[in-house]
Design a binder for this molecule. Structure first.
Ligand code: GLC
Length: 450
């Protein structure tokens, strides 16, 4: 499905970008033919192994995103270099001042683990161009600048130490490299920059053992043909046959990446919603717009209800420590996950969704009603189609009484105070897969007489 579209897009891109680069039309045709054969082969082999490669990821549901780089030392958001139009000189001076504490990623990994996250994705290089890893291709990298060592290596070891899967974020866009913008209009610059980019990706996927996720970001200013994205992915899968890749190098990849919002993909395509804890990815010392643990848990529920993953970000401070508010929120989320984790990890797609104080997940014939505004007394669901056999409070195991007719299912005798925080889950055992039909209720529930 998505793959034939991707192939067409690539082919279109190939012609257009070569034309933009001034390549004569006589040359275009053979290149397109080659590219088509190449793309087909790559698509097929990626597709054939996809279900198996993505198995752990679908089970994982919840991951930690980490934005860490020179921008962290400035503390004004990871886009500061561009948004404030910093001259290159003063910005790169900060690379020398970037001195994170030794093994700071260990605290990130511990926090992720405690929060119930199963994988991590670290910015190996963000748009600023600074490489958190050791590389032969530039001096603008952690071992040769302030950190004096390979941050990515520390991160990989820390994540593995906690039993977490390891992901690498990599920004194609680069505000530091001399060819980072002119590659769009100068073929020699494009050649150099694409070689550099493929070279860096080769290094990160060669030097750290098995890597589970490659998370590309911002492909500006080139298209898939310009980046040679097919070749890029082919190299990636040669180096890491088990890896999964996202869709931000202008190819479909293995999963989609809705950002700062939750929208399910259709046709069974995998998706992961990435989101910040406040309004910034990189450390922004003035951003106090923190989400509550309740919002985070609600978001996580919404993602898994519709078959997606939730990748939640932290932006460590210059020394690598995690902002206190993030620690507090993630600790609360972790406590909730200790009790409610199975309702997340083991969730199947869930059709039930209508309530103004609860959201839902489902495992087989069990419906989990996650009540975020606890009214005490009773809660009710409209139009539940399956017959309820029993219900209990997940936190305490206490049985809950209920009544049910074709319109309303009502759980009664609830404690006045919410038994769990920030969300209380009621496990509802049904006689078949629970679904909801609120249209039926609207149309058929007896109305008053006039
Ligand atoms: C955007 C931003 C970037 C952030 C990313 C995370 O593309 O440019 O700063 O890293 O989203 O999804």
């Amino acid at each position: 499905m998505g793959h034939s579209i991707s192939r067409r897009d690539v082919l279109k891109g190939t012609g257009a970008s070569l034309a933009a680069l001034g390549v004569g039309s006589t040359l275009v045709r053979p290149v397109i033919a080659q590219e088509a054969a190449f793309t087909e082969a790559t698509d097929k082999s990626q597709e054939a192994t996809r279900a198996q490669r993505m198995q752990w990821w679908h089970a994982a549901k919840f991951g930690m995103f980490i934005h860490f780089g020179v921008y962290s030392t400035i503390g004004r958001h990871e886009w500061v270099m561009e948004d404030e139009a910093w001259p290159i000189g003063p910005y790169t001076e900060h690379a020398a001042k970037f001195k994170p504490a030794l093994n700071c990623p260990r605290a990130w990994a511990k926090l992720a683990m405690q929060a119930g996250m199963k994988y991590m994705v670290l910015t190996t290089k963000h748009h600023e161009g600074f490489c958190n890893f050791d590389t032969k291709l530039t001096d603008y990298c952690a071992p040769k600048q302030g950190p004096g060592r390979d941050i990515v290596r520390e991160y990989v070891e820390a994540a593995r130490g906690e039993g977490l899967h390891v992901g690498f974020y990599y920004s194609l866009m680069d505000w530091h490299h001399p060819d980072g913008a002119r590659c769009a209009t100068d073929e020699a610059a494009r050649r150099r920059f694409v070689d550099y980019t493929h070279g860096l990706i080769r290094e990160i996927l060669t030097n750290y053992g098995k890597i589970d996720v490659l998370w590309y970001d911002v492909a500006w200013p080139l298209d898939a043909a310009g980046w040679e994205s097919e070749k890029m992915n082919q190299m990636v899968f040669q180096l890491q046959p088990e890896i999964i890749v996202n869709n931000r190098n202008k190819l479909q990849g293995d999963f989609s990446t809705p950002e700062q919002h939750i929208v399910a993909e259709t046709n069974g395509r995998a998706w992961e919603s990435c989101m910040t804890l406040n309004d910034s990815w990189g450390y922004q010392r003035a951003d106090d717009n923190w989400k509550s643990s309740r919002t985070i848990v609600r978001n996580l529920i919404q993602c898994v209800r519709d078959g997606g993953n939730y990748l939640l970000n932290i932006g460590p401070k210059p020394d690598g420590s995690v902002p206190e508010e993030s620690v507090r929120v993630l600790t609360e989320v972790g406590r909730w996950m200790e009790v409610n984790g199975d309702t997340i990890y083991k969730s199947d797609l869930c059709q039930v969704r209508r309530s103004n104080y609860a959201s839902f997940t489902r495992t087989g014939d069990t419906l989990y009603m996650h009540v975020h505004f606890w009214p005490g007394d009773y809660v009710a669901i409209s139009g539940l189609k399956a017959k309820v056999n029993s219900a209990r409070l997940l936190k305490t195991g206490a049985e809950i009484r209920f009544t049910q007719d074709e319109f309303q299912t009502k759980f009664t005798g609830l404690p006045e105070k919410a038994p769990d925080y920030p969300i209380t889950t009621i496990a509802v055992e049904c006689d078949s897969e629970p679904t909801q039909d609120t249209d039926f209720v609207r149309k058929n529930k007896p109305r008053a007489s006039v």
